[in-house]
Design a protein around this ligand. Structure first.
Ligand code: ADP
Length: 466
Protein backbone atom coordinates (compact mmCIF):
# COMPACT_ATOMS: atom_id res chain seq x y z
CA UNK A 1 0.00 0.00 0.00
CA UNK A 2 1.40 3.42 -0.94
CA UNK A 3 1.97 5.88 1.86
CA UNK A 4 -0.20 8.49 0.20
CA UNK A 5 -3.76 8.01 1.43
CA UNK A 6 -6.45 7.61 -1.18
CA UNK A 7 -9.58 9.28 0.13
CA UNK A 8 -13.18 9.50 -0.98
CA UNK A 9 -14.60 12.66 0.60
CA UNK A 10 -18.40 12.36 0.80
CA UNK A 11 -20.67 15.31 1.43
CA UNK A 12 -24.29 16.22 0.74
CA UNK A 13 -23.29 19.72 -0.44
CA UNK A 14 -20.19 21.20 -2.01
CA UNK A 15 -19.54 24.78 -3.10
CA UNK A 16 -19.79 26.00 -5.89
CA UNK A 17 -22.10 23.24 -7.15
CA UNK A 18 -24.66 23.49 -4.37
CA UNK A 19 -24.64 25.18 -0.97
CA UNK A 20 -26.98 25.75 1.95
CA UNK A 21 -24.38 26.44 4.64
CA UNK A 22 -20.88 26.01 5.99
CA UNK A 23 -20.68 22.30 5.10
CA UNK A 24 -20.49 23.25 1.41
CA UNK A 25 -17.60 25.65 2.09
CA UNK A 26 -15.69 23.01 4.04
CA UNK A 27 -16.29 20.42 1.32
CA UNK A 28 -14.84 22.88 -1.18
CA UNK A 29 -11.87 24.17 0.83
CA UNK A 30 -10.61 21.14 2.72
CA UNK A 31 -10.07 18.75 -0.25
CA UNK A 32 -8.17 21.51 -2.05
CA UNK A 33 -5.85 21.79 0.94
CA UNK A 34 -5.41 17.99 1.11
CA UNK A 35 -4.63 17.36 -2.52
CA UNK A 36 -0.83 17.71 -2.28
CA UNK A 37 -0.61 15.01 0.35
CA UNK A 38 -3.31 12.57 -0.60
CA UNK A 39 -5.35 11.44 -3.57
CA UNK A 40 -8.82 12.76 -2.99
CA UNK A 41 -12.09 12.48 -4.86
CA UNK A 42 -15.15 14.37 -3.68
CA UNK A 43 -18.58 12.79 -4.05
CA UNK A 44 -21.99 14.48 -3.75
CA UNK A 45 -25.53 14.02 -5.10
CA UNK A 46 -26.27 15.37 -8.56
CA UNK A 47 -29.24 17.47 -7.46
CA UNK A 48 -31.48 18.93 -10.12
CA UNK A 49 -30.27 22.45 -9.25
CA UNK A 50 -26.64 21.68 -10.17
CA UNK A 51 -25.66 23.25 -13.48
CA UNK A 52 -24.27 20.28 -15.47
CA UNK A 53 -23.31 22.39 -18.46
CA UNK A 54 -21.49 25.11 -16.55
CA UNK A 55 -19.32 22.58 -14.71
CA UNK A 56 -18.99 20.17 -17.66
CA UNK A 57 -20.46 17.30 -15.62
CA UNK A 58 -20.70 14.15 -17.72
CA UNK A 59 -21.90 10.60 -17.22
CA UNK A 60 -19.10 8.13 -16.52
CA UNK A 61 -21.27 5.32 -17.88
CA UNK A 62 -21.08 3.45 -14.63
CA UNK A 63 -24.78 3.07 -13.96
CA UNK A 64 -25.89 0.26 -11.71
CA UNK A 65 -28.90 -0.98 -9.84
CA UNK A 66 -28.80 -0.92 -6.07
CA UNK A 67 -31.11 -3.10 -4.06
CA UNK A 68 -31.93 -1.36 -0.80
CA UNK A 69 -34.45 -3.07 1.42
CA UNK A 70 -35.98 -4.99 -1.47
CA UNK A 71 -36.47 -1.95 -3.74
CA UNK A 72 -34.27 -1.46 -6.79
CA UNK A 73 -32.83 2.00 -7.42
CA UNK A 74 -31.13 2.87 -10.68
CA UNK A 75 -28.02 4.88 -9.93
CA UNK A 76 -25.73 6.67 -12.33
CA UNK A 77 -22.27 8.11 -11.65
CA UNK A 78 -21.24 11.42 -13.18
CA UNK A 79 -17.97 13.27 -12.96
CA UNK A 80 -16.13 16.50 -13.59
CA UNK A 81 -12.75 18.05 -12.94
CA UNK A 82 -12.93 21.48 -11.37
CA UNK A 83 -10.06 23.65 -10.12
CA UNK A 84 -7.73 20.70 -9.64
CA UNK A 85 -10.18 18.34 -7.94
CA UNK A 86 -11.96 15.25 -9.29
CA UNK A 87 -15.65 15.34 -8.41
CA UNK A 88 -18.05 12.42 -8.57
CA UNK A 89 -21.81 12.87 -8.57
CA UNK A 90 -24.40 10.29 -7.71
CA UNK A 91 -27.69 10.47 -9.54
CA UNK A 92 -30.71 8.61 -8.26
CA UNK A 93 -34.14 9.97 -8.95
CA UNK A 94 -35.48 10.08 -5.38
CA UNK A 95 -32.33 11.78 -4.13
CA UNK A 96 -31.88 14.36 -6.86
CA UNK A 97 -35.21 15.35 -8.37
CA UNK A 98 -36.37 17.78 -5.69
CA UNK A 99 -36.68 21.56 -5.45
CA UNK A 100 -34.44 21.73 -2.37
CA UNK A 101 -31.78 19.56 -0.81
CA UNK A 102 -33.39 18.50 2.43
CA UNK A 103 -36.93 19.83 2.54
CA UNK A 104 -39.48 22.51 1.75
CA UNK A 105 -39.81 25.57 3.97
CA UNK A 106 -39.78 24.34 7.53
CA UNK A 107 -40.34 20.61 7.05
CA UNK A 108 -37.88 17.97 5.91
CA UNK A 109 -38.77 15.60 3.05
CA UNK A 110 -40.53 12.55 4.49
CA UNK A 111 -38.33 10.13 2.57
CA UNK A 112 -34.97 11.62 3.60
CA UNK A 113 -33.99 8.32 5.24
CA UNK A 114 -34.35 6.53 1.89
CA UNK A 115 -32.84 9.46 -0.08
CA UNK A 116 -29.65 9.60 1.95
CA UNK A 117 -29.76 5.85 2.50
CA UNK A 118 -29.42 5.33 -1.23
CA UNK A 119 -26.70 7.99 -1.37
CA UNK A 120 -24.80 5.97 1.25
CA UNK A 121 -25.30 2.65 -0.55
CA UNK A 122 -24.02 4.25 -3.77
CA UNK A 123 -20.93 5.56 -1.95
CA UNK A 124 -20.22 2.03 -0.73
CA UNK A 125 -20.47 0.77 -4.34
CA UNK A 126 -17.97 3.46 -5.39
CA UNK A 127 -15.62 2.44 -2.61
CA UNK A 128 -15.78 -1.18 -3.70
CA UNK A 129 -15.12 -0.28 -7.34
CA UNK A 130 -12.26 2.15 -6.61
CA UNK A 131 -8.90 2.05 -4.92
CA UNK A 132 -9.74 4.00 -1.81
CA UNK A 133 -8.25 3.33 1.63
CA UNK A 134 -10.34 5.88 3.46
CA UNK A 135 -13.80 7.37 3.24
CA UNK A 136 -14.27 10.76 4.88
CA UNK A 137 -17.95 11.12 5.83
CA UNK A 138 -19.60 14.42 6.67
CA UNK A 139 -22.72 14.73 8.83
CA UNK A 140 -25.70 12.41 9.09
CA UNK A 141 -26.40 12.37 5.34
CA UNK A 142 -23.40 10.11 4.76
CA UNK A 143 -23.15 8.45 8.18
CA UNK A 144 -24.74 5.15 7.15
CA UNK A 145 -21.68 4.39 5.03
CA UNK A 146 -19.73 3.70 8.25
CA UNK A 147 -22.38 1.17 9.31
CA UNK A 148 -22.62 -0.51 5.90
CA UNK A 149 -18.84 -0.97 5.70
CA UNK A 150 -18.69 -2.68 9.08
CA UNK A 151 -21.87 -4.70 8.74
CA UNK A 152 -20.79 -5.91 5.29
CA UNK A 153 -17.34 -6.60 6.73
CA UNK A 154 -15.52 -4.38 4.23
CA UNK A 155 -12.79 -3.90 6.77
CA UNK A 156 -9.96 -2.69 4.57
CA UNK A 157 -11.63 0.72 4.09
CA UNK A 158 -11.51 2.98 7.12
CA UNK A 159 -14.03 5.71 7.82
CA UNK A 160 -13.71 9.13 9.37
CA UNK A 161 -16.96 10.71 10.42
CA UNK A 162 -17.00 14.49 10.81
CA UNK A 163 -19.75 16.16 12.82
CA UNK A 164 -20.39 19.65 11.48
CA UNK A 165 -23.43 20.23 13.65
CA UNK A 166 -24.66 17.76 16.26
CA UNK A 167 -28.11 19.37 16.29
CA UNK A 168 -28.99 17.83 12.93
CA UNK A 169 -29.02 14.09 13.49
CA UNK A 170 -31.10 12.44 10.79
CA UNK A 171 -33.70 10.84 13.06
CA UNK A 172 -36.33 8.67 11.38
CA UNK A 173 -39.18 6.37 12.19
CA UNK A 174 -38.31 2.81 13.10
CA UNK A 175 -40.12 1.62 9.95
CA UNK A 176 -37.33 3.08 7.80
CA UNK A 177 -35.05 0.30 9.04
CA UNK A 178 -36.69 -2.14 6.64
CA UNK A 179 -36.63 0.30 3.69
CA UNK A 180 -32.93 0.85 4.36
CA UNK A 181 -32.22 -2.87 4.40
CA UNK A 182 -30.66 -2.64 7.85
CA UNK A 183 -30.82 -5.65 10.13
CA UNK A 184 -32.97 -5.45 13.23
CA UNK A 185 -29.85 -6.38 15.22
CA UNK A 186 -28.49 -2.86 14.57
CA UNK A 187 -31.50 -1.36 16.31
CA UNK A 188 -30.00 -1.23 19.79
CA UNK A 189 -28.90 1.59 22.07
CA UNK A 190 -25.25 0.72 21.38
CA UNK A 191 -25.85 1.12 17.64
CA UNK A 192 -28.47 3.22 15.88
CA UNK A 193 -31.53 3.25 18.08
CA UNK A 194 -32.39 6.64 19.58
CA UNK A 195 -35.56 6.64 21.72
CA UNK A 196 -37.17 3.98 19.55
CA UNK A 197 -36.21 5.80 16.33
CA UNK A 198 -33.40 5.34 13.83
CA UNK A 199 -30.49 7.79 14.19
CA UNK A 200 -28.08 8.23 11.27
CA UNK A 201 -25.83 10.36 13.47
CA UNK A 202 -25.44 7.43 15.88
CA UNK A 203 -24.41 5.20 12.97
CA UNK A 204 -21.51 7.58 12.21
CA UNK A 205 -20.48 7.76 15.85
CA UNK A 206 -20.80 4.03 16.61
CA UNK A 207 -19.26 2.68 13.40
CA UNK A 208 -16.83 5.43 12.32
CA UNK A 209 -13.21 4.45 12.89
CA UNK A 210 -12.52 8.04 13.91
CA UNK A 211 -14.85 10.89 14.72
CA UNK A 212 -13.90 14.50 14.23
CA UNK A 213 -15.71 17.71 14.85
CA UNK A 214 -14.98 21.18 13.61
CA UNK A 215 -13.30 22.84 16.58
CA UNK A 216 -11.50 21.79 19.70
CA UNK A 217 -13.90 23.56 22.00
CA UNK A 218 -16.99 22.04 20.35
CA UNK A 219 -15.37 18.60 20.72
CA UNK A 220 -15.37 19.23 24.48
CA UNK A 221 -18.80 20.88 24.56
CA UNK A 222 -20.63 18.00 22.87
CA UNK A 223 -19.58 15.72 25.73
CA UNK A 224 -21.75 17.80 28.06
CA UNK A 225 -25.49 17.69 28.64
CA UNK A 226 -25.87 21.32 27.59
CA UNK A 227 -24.48 20.83 24.07
CA UNK A 228 -24.75 17.06 23.61
CA UNK A 229 -28.23 17.11 21.97
CA UNK A 230 -29.08 13.89 23.84
CA UNK A 231 -25.93 12.14 22.60
CA UNK A 232 -23.46 13.31 25.27
CA UNK A 233 -23.48 9.92 27.02
CA UNK A 234 -23.01 8.09 23.73
CA UNK A 235 -20.22 10.42 22.66
CA UNK A 236 -18.52 10.04 26.02
CA UNK A 237 -18.56 6.30 25.47
CA UNK A 238 -16.81 6.82 22.11
CA UNK A 239 -14.62 9.75 23.12
CA UNK A 240 -11.34 7.90 22.50
CA UNK A 241 -12.16 8.17 18.78
CA UNK A 242 -13.13 11.87 18.92
CA UNK A 243 -10.90 14.80 17.97
CA UNK A 244 -11.56 18.47 17.27
CA UNK A 245 -9.98 20.06 14.21
CA UNK A 246 -10.90 23.65 13.56
CA UNK A 247 -12.18 24.65 10.11
CA UNK A 248 -10.32 27.03 7.87
CA UNK A 249 -11.37 29.07 4.89
CA UNK A 250 -10.11 29.21 1.34
CA UNK A 251 -8.46 32.62 1.74
CA UNK A 252 -7.85 32.91 -1.98
CA UNK A 253 -11.60 32.90 -2.52
CA UNK A 254 -12.06 36.06 -0.43
CA UNK A 255 -9.10 38.02 -1.79
CA UNK A 256 -10.29 41.44 -2.85
CA UNK A 257 -8.46 44.21 -4.68
CA UNK A 258 -10.59 47.10 -3.43
CA UNK A 259 -9.93 48.90 -0.17
CA UNK A 260 -12.52 48.51 2.58
CA UNK A 261 -13.34 52.19 2.28
CA UNK A 262 -14.17 51.85 -1.39
CA UNK A 263 -16.12 48.62 -0.92
CA UNK A 264 -18.09 50.17 1.95
CA UNK A 265 -18.97 53.25 -0.06
CA UNK A 266 -20.24 51.17 -2.98
CA UNK A 267 -22.21 48.86 -0.70
CA UNK A 268 -23.83 51.66 1.29
CA UNK A 269 -24.86 53.33 -1.94
CA UNK A 270 -26.34 50.10 -3.28
CA UNK A 271 -28.65 49.76 -0.25
CA UNK A 272 -29.40 53.47 0.05
CA UNK A 273 -27.60 54.04 3.36
CA UNK A 274 -26.14 57.41 4.27
CA UNK A 275 -23.02 57.94 6.37
CA UNK A 276 -19.80 56.30 5.22
CA UNK A 277 -18.23 57.51 8.43
CA UNK A 278 -20.67 55.58 10.62
CA UNK A 279 -19.74 52.03 11.61
CA UNK A 280 -21.44 49.29 9.62
CA UNK A 281 -22.66 46.12 11.36
CA UNK A 282 -23.76 43.07 9.40
CA UNK A 283 -25.45 39.78 10.20
CA UNK A 284 -25.40 36.98 7.62
CA UNK A 285 -26.85 33.56 8.29
CA UNK A 286 -29.67 31.15 8.72
CA UNK A 287 -32.57 32.61 10.70
CA UNK A 288 -32.69 29.98 13.41
CA UNK A 289 -32.54 29.87 17.18
CA UNK A 290 -28.95 28.59 16.99
CA UNK A 291 -27.68 31.79 15.39
CA UNK A 292 -28.90 33.96 18.29
CA UNK A 293 -31.78 35.53 16.36
CA UNK A 294 -33.88 36.02 19.51
CA UNK A 295 -31.10 38.02 21.09
CA UNK A 296 -30.59 40.11 18.00
CA UNK A 297 -34.31 40.82 17.69
CA UNK A 298 -34.62 41.75 21.38
CA UNK A 299 -31.90 44.36 21.15
CA UNK A 300 -32.31 45.53 17.55
CA UNK A 301 -34.51 48.56 18.28
CA UNK A 302 -31.93 49.83 20.78
CA UNK A 303 -29.00 49.10 18.48
CA UNK A 304 -30.68 51.00 15.67
CA UNK A 305 -30.84 54.10 17.87
CA UNK A 306 -27.02 54.14 18.03
CA UNK A 307 -25.05 56.06 15.43
CA UNK A 308 -24.51 53.16 12.99
CA UNK A 309 -25.84 51.25 10.00
CA UNK A 310 -27.04 47.65 10.19
CA UNK A 311 -27.49 45.17 7.35
CA UNK A 312 -29.09 41.76 7.86
CA UNK A 313 -29.14 39.00 5.25
CA UNK A 314 -30.55 35.52 5.58
CA UNK A 315 -33.53 33.26 5.47
CA UNK A 316 -35.18 30.75 7.71
CA UNK A 317 -38.00 30.58 10.18
CA UNK A 318 -41.05 32.67 9.43
CA UNK A 319 -41.34 34.12 12.94
CA UNK A 320 -37.88 35.67 12.59
CA UNK A 321 -38.67 37.08 9.15
CA UNK A 322 -41.74 38.73 10.59
CA UNK A 323 -40.05 40.18 13.67
CA UNK A 324 -37.08 41.51 11.70
CA UNK A 325 -39.35 43.08 9.12
CA UNK A 326 -41.38 44.86 11.79
CA UNK A 327 -38.30 46.32 13.43
CA UNK A 328 -36.56 47.31 10.22
CA UNK A 329 -39.71 49.16 9.10
CA UNK A 330 -39.23 51.42 12.10
CA UNK A 331 -35.60 52.35 11.34
CA UNK A 332 -33.98 53.86 8.27
CA UNK A 333 -30.55 52.56 9.25
CA UNK A 334 -31.53 48.87 9.05
CA UNK A 335 -31.36 47.13 5.71
CA UNK A 336 -32.97 43.73 5.52
CA UNK A 337 -32.61 41.19 2.71
CA UNK A 338 -34.43 37.88 2.83
CA UNK A 339 -32.78 35.22 0.75
CA UNK A 340 -29.55 33.46 -0.05
CA UNK A 341 -27.13 35.46 -2.16
CA UNK A 342 -23.48 34.45 -2.31
CA UNK A 343 -22.19 37.50 -4.17
CA UNK A 344 -24.12 39.92 -1.94
CA UNK A 345 -22.62 38.24 1.12
CA UNK A 346 -19.08 38.55 -0.28
CA UNK A 347 -19.69 42.21 -0.98
CA UNK A 348 -20.91 42.71 2.59
CA UNK A 349 -17.90 40.98 4.20
CA UNK A 350 -15.67 43.19 2.11
CA UNK A 351 -17.53 46.36 3.06
CA UNK A 352 -18.28 45.86 6.72
CA UNK A 353 -16.56 47.14 9.85
CA UNK A 354 -18.19 44.65 12.22
CA UNK A 355 -19.91 41.26 12.04
CA UNK A 356 -22.63 40.24 14.49
CA UNK A 357 -22.50 36.59 15.52
CA UNK A 358 -24.38 36.09 18.79
CA UNK A 359 -24.85 32.32 18.21
CA UNK A 360 -26.21 30.25 21.09
CA UNK A 361 -23.94 27.44 20.00
CA UNK A 362 -21.56 27.30 17.05
CA UNK A 363 -19.62 24.15 16.08
CA UNK A 364 -17.01 26.24 14.29
CA UNK A 365 -18.58 29.11 12.37
CA UNK A 366 -17.14 30.39 9.14
CA UNK A 367 -18.64 33.88 8.98
CA UNK A 368 -16.28 35.17 11.65
CA UNK A 369 -13.26 33.77 9.78
CA UNK A 370 -14.37 35.32 6.50
CA UNK A 371 -15.10 38.65 8.18
CA UNK A 372 -11.73 38.77 9.97
CA UNK A 373 -9.96 37.78 6.76
CA UNK A 374 -11.65 40.79 5.17
CA UNK A 375 -10.35 43.06 7.95
CA UNK A 376 -13.58 43.32 9.94
CA UNK A 377 -14.10 42.82 13.67
CA UNK A 378 -16.56 40.11 14.79
CA UNK A 379 -18.80 40.49 17.83
CA UNK A 380 -19.34 36.97 19.11
CA UNK A 381 -20.75 34.90 21.94
CA UNK A 382 -18.00 32.90 23.62
CA UNK A 383 -19.06 29.44 22.47
CA UNK A 384 -17.86 26.49 20.34
CA UNK A 385 -15.54 27.42 17.51
CA UNK A 386 -16.06 31.13 18.14
CA UNK A 387 -14.10 30.59 21.37
CA UNK A 388 -11.26 28.92 19.46
CA UNK A 389 -11.02 31.46 16.65
CA UNK A 390 -11.82 34.86 18.18
CA UNK A 391 -9.88 36.46 21.02
CA UNK A 392 -11.43 39.38 22.92
CA UNK A 393 -9.68 42.66 22.12
CA UNK A 394 -8.97 43.18 25.81
CA UNK A 395 -6.73 40.05 25.70
CA UNK A 396 -4.88 41.26 22.63
CA UNK A 397 -1.57 40.03 24.06
CA UNK A 398 -2.80 36.46 24.33
CA UNK A 399 -3.82 35.78 20.74
CA UNK A 400 -2.79 32.12 20.30
CA UNK A 401 -3.42 31.88 16.56
CA UNK A 402 -6.78 33.60 16.83
CA UNK A 403 -8.14 36.78 15.38
CA UNK A 404 -9.51 39.66 17.41
CA UNK A 405 -13.08 40.57 18.15
CA UNK A 406 -15.43 41.59 20.89
CA UNK A 407 -16.36 38.52 22.89
CA UNK A 408 -19.25 38.39 25.35
CA UNK A 409 -19.54 35.53 27.79
CA UNK A 410 -23.09 35.37 29.05
CA UNK A 411 -25.64 35.02 26.30
CA UNK A 412 -28.18 37.81 26.74
CA UNK A 413 -29.35 40.78 24.71
CA UNK A 414 -27.90 43.29 27.18
CA UNK A 415 -24.42 41.85 26.59
CA UNK A 416 -24.89 42.00 22.84
CA UNK A 417 -25.98 45.63 23.11
CA UNK A 418 -23.05 46.49 25.41
CA UNK A 419 -20.62 44.83 22.99
CA UNK A 420 -21.98 46.92 20.15
CA UNK A 421 -21.43 50.06 22.19
CA UNK A 422 -17.85 48.92 22.82
CA UNK A 423 -17.48 48.33 19.10
CA UNK A 424 -18.52 51.90 18.38
CA UNK A 425 -15.99 53.15 20.93
CA UNK A 426 -13.23 51.13 19.24
CA UNK A 427 -14.37 52.37 15.85
CA UNK A 428 -14.14 55.98 16.99
CA UNK A 429 -10.58 55.42 18.13
CA UNK A 430 -9.12 55.10 14.65
CA UNK A 431 -5.69 53.89 15.82
CA UNK A 432 -7.09 50.92 17.75
CA UNK A 433 -9.57 50.08 15.03
CA UNK A 434 -6.97 50.08 12.29
CA UNK A 435 -4.57 48.02 14.39
CA UNK A 436 -7.17 45.32 15.06
CA UNK A 437 -8.37 45.27 11.45
CA UNK A 438 -4.81 44.81 10.24
CA UNK A 439 -4.07 42.03 12.74
CA UNK A 440 -7.20 40.23 11.58
CA UNK A 441 -6.37 40.67 7.92
CA UNK A 442 -2.86 39.29 8.50
CA UNK A 443 -4.02 36.32 10.57
CA UNK A 444 -3.74 32.86 9.01
CA UNK A 445 -7.23 31.37 8.66
CA UNK A 446 -6.24 29.12 5.78
CA UNK A 447 -6.84 25.39 5.73
CA UNK A 448 -3.15 24.49 5.79
CA UNK A 449 -2.75 23.83 9.54
CA UNK A 450 -5.98 21.85 9.82
CA UNK A 451 -5.34 19.93 6.59
CA UNK A 452 -2.08 18.70 8.14
CA UNK A 453 -4.02 17.29 11.07
CA UNK A 454 -6.45 15.48 8.78
CA UNK A 455 -3.51 14.02 6.85
CA UNK A 456 -1.96 12.80 10.11
CA UNK A 457 -5.27 11.18 10.96
CA UNK A 458 -5.54 9.51 7.55
CA UNK A 459 -1.98 8.26 7.90
CA UNK A 460 -2.72 6.53 11.19
CA UNK A 461 -4.99 4.26 9.15
CA UNK A 462 -2.68 3.41 6.34
CA UNK A 463 0.40 3.03 8.55
CA UNK A 464 -1.21 0.45 10.78
CA UNK A 465 -1.35 -3.08 9.47
CA UNK A 466 -4.78 -4.61 9.45
P1 ADP B 1 -23.95 27.22 9.10
O1 ADP B 1 -24.31 26.82 10.49
O2 ADP B 1 -25.09 27.86 8.39
O3 ADP B 1 -23.30 26.15 8.31
P2 ADP B 1 -21.36 28.61 8.99
O4 ADP B 1 -20.91 29.84 9.69
O5 ADP B 1 -20.58 27.37 9.23
O6 ADP B 1 -22.91 28.41 9.34
O7 ADP B 1 -21.37 28.87 7.41
C1 ADP B 1 -22.27 29.72 6.80
C2 ADP B 1 -21.82 29.97 5.38
O8 ADP B 1 -22.97 30.29 4.59
C3 ADP B 1 -20.90 31.18 5.24
O9 ADP B 1 -20.12 31.03 4.08
C4 ADP B 1 -21.90 32.33 5.06
O10 ADP B 1 -21.34 33.45 4.44
C5 ADP B 1 -22.93 31.67 4.17
N1 ADP B 1 -24.30 32.20 4.26
C6 ADP B 1 -25.21 31.98 5.25
N2 ADP B 1 -26.38 32.57 4.95
C7 ADP B 1 -26.22 33.20 3.77
C8 ADP B 1 -27.07 34.00 2.92
N3 ADP B 1 -28.33 34.26 3.27
N4 ADP B 1 -26.57 34.45 1.75
C9 ADP B 1 -25.29 34.16 1.41
N5 ADP B 1 -24.44 33.43 2.16
C10 ADP B 1 -24.88 32.95 3.31
Amino acid sequence: MSNKPSVLFASSEVYPFVKTGGLADVSYGLPRALIDNCDVHVVLPLYRSIDREKFAIVSLNQGYIINMGGTEYFTDIYGCYYEGIEYRFIYTKILCERDSLYGDNESAYVDNAERFGIFSYAIVEMLLAGNYNIVHLNDWQTALVALLLKEKEILNIKSIFTIHNLAYQGIFDKSSLENLGIEESCFTMQKIEFYNQVSFMKAGIAYGDKITTVSNNYAKEILTKEFGCGLDGFLNYHKEKLVGIVNGIDEQHYKRERSKKKAKKTYLKSVGFKGVKKPLFIFIGRFTWQKGLDLLIESLDDIALLDCNIAIVGEGEEKYHKALKEISDRHRNINLYFGYDESLSLHMYEATDFLLMPSIFEPCGLNQLIAMNCGAIPIVHDTGGLHDTVCDYKDINNLKKRGIGIVFREQNSMNLYKSIKEAIMIYNNKIDYKKIAKLNRDCDFSWSRSAKRYIELYKTFIDTKH
